[in-house]
Write a protein that binds this ligand. Structure first.
Ligand code: GLU
Ligand code: MG
Length: 418
């Protein structure tokens, strides 16, 4: 767009939530809830609340408030500069005609529905934040509210979504990861937490207390862990949590990462969620699982289409497959993402789909007989944790809804290693 064009009005981007910060009733309702929450937190010895948001380099940026300020923060938000929309992963700040910059202020409003004491950071609680303007409009760059709008758009068409991110990371002895990242010693690699065989019990034995503490902390924070396992690369692990609504799923992915980081620090470990940590090795994915629902029925199952897909289920997936080249810009956004997206790394580097095909960017999962009604879903495998999970989630939903609107059809299935 030419620099002379008028910037889009926030009202065009934020519709139903446009009054989020100015509506006096909403504000006092939030304040009242925060008062009660603050009393509960204080009783649990919590002193500070982290209010976080994710930038477009996948970095979690935060403001924190003492518990006694939670009421004010919930009512009025906490100040946050708009420049964070153009922060890069190395903390340099770029420019944009439409968003960001050093001038102006946004209000970061903690979502009290997700407020939770952090099990591995005693004295701290966490809540994801929504960003609004000082005039009370939804900030166009607030990816969390973008996902919410895409869910509303799906709901307008009678659809609901269930989603979940897998979180993969590599744990290394504190200090050693820095050497590897800094190329300070020729070829220095991180001294990983464990280097037994891939998916091997050795890794669970060597990291027994560490992994137990991760499970305990996630559970204490109300997350339903489905699975925790050692991954392929030395020092690599993965957690998956139960599916929930898309905003909740992105929140949970963020909370899992915070928790893994905090537990790791307590065990003298540093973690990396980067797409690639060691050149050539299998990297860390941020696979996104998604299913489309209508009237309480999973549209990924029970239809006449391939592998039981219903017509809207297929159209939704076809919209995603069609949009993959654009979606990787959002879901695999860093240079390192492209070191990960290579063949034979189960990273989903190929623009195709297939039943249980781990080399396809979109892997269809029907689940086991008997569990398919609830379990059938599709996994977007090409994404990683350098993505803003909210932006990636919203973009995938938008692409899927576009497919439904067009009555898109899936291309032929890829049934072999592409
Ligand atoms: N670590 C692989 C990736 O980069 C994924 C392995 C798996 O399928 O879980 O996406
Ligand atoms: Mg994995």
């Amino acid at each position: 767009m030419a620099a002379t064009e008028t910037p889009p009005s926030p009202a065009l981007h934020g519709t139903s939530d446009a009054t989020v910060a100015v509506d006096a009733e909403l504000r006092s309702e939030r304040a009242a809830r925060a008062r009660i929450a603050a009393a509960e937190l204080t009783a649990r010895d919590v002193t500070g609340v982290v209010v976080g948001w994710i930038d477009n380099a996948g970095v979690c940026r935060v403001k924190t408030v003492p518990v006694r300020q939670l009421e004010h923060a919930a009512a009025w938000g906490v100040g946050a500069a708009p420049c964070f929309d153009v922060f890069l992963v190395d903390d340099s700040i770029t420019e944009s005609t439409w968003i960001g910059g050093p001038v102006g202020d946004l209000r970061l409003v903690p979502d009290l529905d997700r407020l939770v004491p952090l099990a591995a950071q005693p004295g701290w609680a966490w809540a994801p934040g929504d960003r609004v303007t000082q005039d009370g409009h939804v900030h166009p760059g607030c990816a969390r509210q973008f996902t919410r709008r895409m869910c509303d758009a799906a709901a307008d068409r009678g659809f609901a979504l269930r989603a979940g991110f897998e979180v993969e990371w590599i744990a290394a002895r504190a200090g050693s990861a820095d050497r590897a990242a800094g190329v300070t010693e020729a070829g220095a690699m991180p001294e990983v937490s464990t280097d037994g065989p891939a998916y091997g019990m050795t890794r669970v034995v060597e990291c027994s207390d560490y992994l137990r503490d991760i499970l305990r902390a996630l559970d204490a924070q109300g997350l339903t862990v489905l699975q925790l396992h050692p991954e392929y690369t030395p020092g690599q692990f993965e957690v998956s949590v139960a599916a929930e609504d898309p905003v909740g799923a992105a929140d949970s992915a963020v909370l899992v990462r915070h928790t893994v980081r905090a537990v790791s620090a307590r065990h003298g470990l540093r973690v990396s969620f980067a797409p690639v940590v060691t050149p050539g090795a299998v990297g860390n994915g941020g696979h996104l699982h998604l299913s489309l629902w209508r009237d309480g029925l999973n549209l990924m199952h029970g239809g006449d289409g391939r592998h039981g897909l219903t017509a809207p289920g297929e159209a939704f997936l076809a919209g995603i497959v069609d949009a993959l080249p654009a979606l990787v810009a959002v879901g695999a956004p860093s240079m390192a993402s492209y070191l990960r997206l290579v063949p034979s790394h189960w990273a989903g580097a190929y623009r195709c789909w297939g039943l249980e095909n781990r080399e396809a960017a979109v892997r269809l999962i029907t689940g086991s007989a008997g569990e398919r009604e609830s379990g059938a879903n599709a996994e977007v495998k090409c994404f990683d944790a350098a993505a803003n999970p909210y932006l990636a989630m919203g973009a995938v939903i938008a692409a899927g809804l576009d497919g439904v609107a067009r009555g898109a059809e899936l291309p032929p299935e890829t049934t072999v290693d592409p």
